[in-house]
Design a protein around this ligand. Sequence first.
Ligand code: ADP
Length: 514
Amino acid sequence: MDYIVGIDIGTTSTKALLYDLNGKIYAKANIGYHLYQDLPDMAEEDPDDIFNATLSAIQEVVTKAKRTDGKVIAISWSAQQHSLIALDENYKPLTRTITWADNRAEKYAREYKENGKGMFVYQHTGLPIHPMGPFYKLLWLQAEHPEICEKTAYWVGIKEYIIWRYTNVLAEETSMAAATGLLNMRSVDWDDEVLKLVNVKRSQLPDLVETTHAIVGIRSEYAKVMGIPDDVKVVMGATDGALSTIGVGALETGTLAINIGTSAAVRSFVDKPIVDPKARLYCYPIMNGKYLVGGPINSGGIVFNWAHDAMFTGVQETAKMLKSSSYNLLTEIAKTVPAGSAGLLFHPYLGGERAPLWDANARGSFFGLNRNHTRAHMVRAVLEGIVFNLYMTTLALTEVTGDPKDILVAGGFVQSSLGRQIMADVYEHEITIPDSYESGCLAAMYLAKMSLGLESDLTNIVNYIGKEKKYEPNEENFAAYRALIPIFIRLSRELATEYQSIADFQRHFPTLYK
Ligand code: ADP
């Protein structure tokens, strides 16, 4: 039997899974690393830490699985999008990896939004106007760190760097290249007009290849450490966004793949490039006439975590006594009040927001508080606010994909019955929870099978996904949500004019962060 490692370089950790060719999982590993946030708006990681995590994770799954009946024939990659590393001519990093969460290019994204150039970049590349994008990070580095840019021979992302460390080949596949904001989404080639804006030459960028492209062979010292043959195929794979959409089986236009984990996202495949007139959605070419359109959302479960920590101190002890999880306890408390939280609205923008607002300065708020509201209303409003914001992004998406056919929802938020019910009721649609464990790694494994010629297209991925569960909306809750959602949306427009002033205040009074 042959084996494939599907590996996902996430923001907080790298996960690796060892599969056989039928998709059976033999071992899993998860290795974390540090996110450097010591300056305001900074979010960097050490590329060496991540390389070591990938090496250890692969070694761990190979050791744990103890397969003696065959060998690992491919390693296939999923990774976080929008990271940027400057390399010198000897491929040594001149920077750490600057992650998607780094907001130091905010000023440059804002300038580009105001002078219209950001729309030009969006229309060419599908990258929304936001500091997460390597295009905006390049503007910032050129303006504020020219000494780094002068020495930079190559600009890469973390996946390209890691694959280079293993193979000595500097290559970038379509989906990750698209997420840089430097790739023309129609020609699927680096965009010379856009490159000029950031003073980057084609020779400074990796060679473009397809997601199923394989590099044969890795450096033998690493092969030895991991316990795999050095003629293993390294399959390029794709972005975590693309692969987690494929990995839940959302392959058709109008089949929405929604994830509500720590952050959230709504995505769908379309068959041609689209541009949203308001630039609320990204659009990236992925493979053979498949484009991923969607919105990444900061305000997912992390906002529920805040409510849990800030408003319910002591809940963990109670949960322990009741032998329950403290998050389940909170959802039980939230269930005691009706849908709509008696007119209490919550805007979940605790960490700025990407889709649908694209405003790094956005901040959260409760609206509509009156003396009858209790903590139960507040926690329910938090859960509802997370879903209203997701729904607002979905409205932008369905303007281009048409009404949703299927809504597939994954992530920690829908592990609770209340989370699932709020989703179904706000969307007024049946929701499907796919039983797809680690969908990014699963789809990476599947791309390796395509690369090996064992699958011809994406269709059969559905055979690797377990049973789905379906949940129906409850009509009794529609009225409250139908009335509240327009207020939620109007309010976000009203508040938008003040986000910058309150965010500036918070930056100038940093003791608030203590
Ligand atoms: P990640 O994106 O890190 O993989 P997960 O998919 O594991 O995240 O989801 C984690 C999130 O799930 C947490 O931020 C938490 O707020 C949320 N969560 C955990 N338990 C519950 C629950 N019972 N109901 C709703 N949300 C929950």
